[in-house]
Design a protein around this ligand. Structure first.
Ligand SMILES: [Zn+2]
Ligand SMILES: [Zn+2]
Length: 380
């Protein structure tokens, strides 16, 4: 349910105009967005206070509000906070469209000052999924995007037989200066006759319905360099939406999302993988083939007496640096596999081995506890 305007301003129903102004001035200062940067609650409160004041400060609107509530007051409200842009310029927040445009075209505000002036088209954001190996080697990707292009039918004008809009004299907006206790406030509304363009036409372009731009589907090729990672952003200058009124086109931002790989894990430009070897391979030493992101396998020498979880490094087998110089390494963690079932022959051999081991007294071998102490020393 909507809050009562009198409650919002903290005044009684029979409050005099002076009282209302005084209450408003106090609250407006308190909740002013410039003094409460980033506080959402304050911004909401500020809007609320303005709305309440706008209604109660106008005797006609106030009467309607008293009789019919907010809906009644809105009947008079063709240039109020909701319909127009009540001093939006003064307080630094325009309508939502302007804010979203501002996000990508560099800074807030400014864009509503002259709707007739050329403006840069909106930037677009596209996400591209690539496989792990595509990211390693670089890849060309074809993507389909929907974007606005200049209308060919009308040459982006929006219509034919251009003439100046009579309602706004070509300004595209209608300004009204209102005297309030906070000083002069400019009430700006978009000219409803020309939709803000400042022009009217003998004939509106039927292709673009007067916008001068048309939504089209386009295929573009994106060339991703070797070494890209998730979150990397690529700017395609001028590939975004066509500009307004002959302004420059926006850009496309391509955001990369690299899929996980079954074999490799990435950490910066280094890659990690695990390889399983047998107990006898670890004890005797061997050479194994390991996969690489280049495609071919690489030889990895396992020295005799290798312990499980030992990490080996293959230099320069990782991801290339995005800047083109050097690359990361490939790390292979060797895991020794203990067989879960044995053939008869294997069993015989292992039992024989076990017999030998049990007769070898580990005289010079340190006890487990001694080793533990050594490790602790090393760690600190
Ligand atoms: Zn107009
Ligand atoms: Zn057109």
């Amino acid at each position: 349910m909507a809050k009562d305007f009198y409650d919002i301003l903290g005044v009684s129903r029979d409050a005099k105009q002076d009282e209302i102004k005084k209450a408003y001035k106090k609250l407006a200062k308190k909740h002013h967005p410039d003094l409460n940067k980033g506080a959402k609650a304050s911004e909401e409160k500020f809007k609320e206070v303005n709305k309440a004041f706008e209604t109660l400060n106008n005797s006609e609107k106030r009467q309607a509000y008293d009789r019919f509530g907010e809906q009644g007051a809105n009947g008079f409200n063709n240039s109020g906070f909701g319909g127009g842009s009540f001093n939006a310029e003064d307080f630094g927040f325009g309508n939502m469209n302007d804010i979203f445009e501002g996000l990508f075209s560099g800074g807030f505000g400014g864009s509503r000052q002259n709707r007739n002036a050329p403006r840069k088209g909106e930037d677009l954001k596209v996400e591209i999924k690539v496989t792990f190996r595509e990211a390693a080697h670089g890849v060309k990707k074809n993507i389909t995007i929907r974007k606005k292009e200049s209308c060919k039918n009308c040459g982006s004008a929006g219509g034919f037989g251009k003439k100046t809009c009579r309602s706004c004299n070509g300004a595209g907006e209608i300004k009204r200066v209102q005297r309030t206790i906070l000083g002069n406030m400019v009430n700006v509304t978009t000219c409803s006759d020309c939709g803000g363009s400042g022009n009217s036409f003998e004939k509106i372009c039927s292709d673009c319905k007067g916008e001068g731009r048309k939504t089209t589907t386009k295929n573009i090729t994106v060339d991703l360099p070797a070494g890209v990672d998730t979150g990397n952003m690529l700017k395609l200058r001028g590939e975004g939406n066509a500009g307004h009124k002959g302004g420059p086109s926006g850009d496309i931002y391509v955001v990369v999302d690299v899929e996980k790989d079954k074999v490799f894990e990435r950490d910066g430009n280094d890659i990690y993988m695990a390889s399983t070897i047998t107990f006898s391979q670890a004890a005797l030493g061997t050479t194994i083939d390991v996969p690489t992101i280049a495609g071919k396998t690489a030889e990895l020498k396992i020295p005799q007496g290798t312990q499980t979880h030992t990490l080996f490094r293959l230099k320069k087998r990782g991801f290339p640096n995005l800047n083109g110089f050097g690359s990361g390494d490939q790390f292979v963690r060797v895991i020794i596999n203990t067989p879960k079932s044995l053939s008869k022959k294997e069993r015989e051999l292992l039992e024989e081995l076990s017999n030998i081991e049990s007769h070898e007294a580990p005289k010079t071998e340190k006890t487990f506890f001694d080793k533990f102490k050594d490790n602790v020393k090393e760690a600190f």
